[in-house]
Design a protein around this ligand. Sequence first.
Ligand code: NI
Length: 397
Amino acid sequence: MKLVEPIIAFQSELQQIRRDLHAHPELCYEEQRTSDVVAAKLGEWGIPVVRGLGQTGLVGIIKNGSSERAIGLRADMDALPMQELNTFPHASRHPGKMHACGHDGHMAMLLGAAHHLASHRNFDGTVYLVFQPAEEGGAGARRMIEDGLFERFPMEAIYGMHNWPGAAAGTLSVREGPMMASSNEFHVTVKGKGAHAAQPHKGIDPIMIAVQIAQAWQTIVSRSKSPLDTAVLSITQIHAGSATNVIPDEARMVGTVRTFTTPVLDMIEQRMRLLAGNIAAGFDAEVDFVFKRNYPPLVNHAKETAFAVEVMQAVVGPDKVDADVEPTMGAEDFAFFLQKKPGCYIFIGNGDGEHRDGGHGLGPCVLHNGSYDFNDNLLPIGASFWVHLAETALPRS
Ligand code: NI
């Protein structure tokens, strides 16, 4: 392992920053204190900051030498609306809010890199530190793009990193091409006609129709899509009725669709709409069909991925790098950045939870679990990766 020595010496300060952020989680677009803390640290280290991109997002600018070249390094900032089960001293002080996805650690790793890059300046060009709000469903990446991120801070590539529980601590992994799925949601209302449950022939039962639509939709994944393509269609809620003896007027279904490509997504949306409409029509019912595309698939660019793999191998050693990691059906709004700019998104193993301080919850240390905690041992590894990446991408002549 070739970690950056001064960053190792800086670890306890990074841990303090990380734990402070963990104790004060803020949700999508409410990351005011978080944004203040990050801006204050960057300012303290002499790094100019531009605030207000995507509301609470900010960009730190470290420029050195004369090269016009530039890259972006991104950390997400938001927490989740859930109760933390840990009781150790840095547990959340905000009831119902928790850094259960490790974005506190992502910020601390990028701050560690920022501190080193600003104090050693061993590169030629500009490193943009992109602190992004609202990753958890708020599409903060898209908001930063809409606020002119890439026009105001022209960069040739952008990179992102997420901790990955279950993978050995400090291992790094990535894959070229689709690595995370698109995330989409549907909201369907079947409009029948209510009646006495003892006289079903006098109504149009929306529950029976919803059930048939639900079954027919499962054939999209098994019969309409190529077996070589990947997709998930999960109905996660069905709501109808209020009594044992009343056939309701309506039944509602909602759920999620995940795919790795847009053509497969187009096909699924179209088949869902067609099946729902025609099945309902066959029973003289109507259907309201709403399909929302939230995050696109995350697709890593070939050249930047190969470059990141070289840097990963240099930092943690080839035996701790997986350059062909299994894709996940989870989604990530870094995908929006990769639609506009070359770049890649990598995983850093968070371990199996043994790093957690006493007082952790009894649940597993997995993302979005109340017993999760970011592994502070990753701080110097992640920060060293960022520093090596920046120094290698923007070499001094
Ligand atoms: Ni996350």
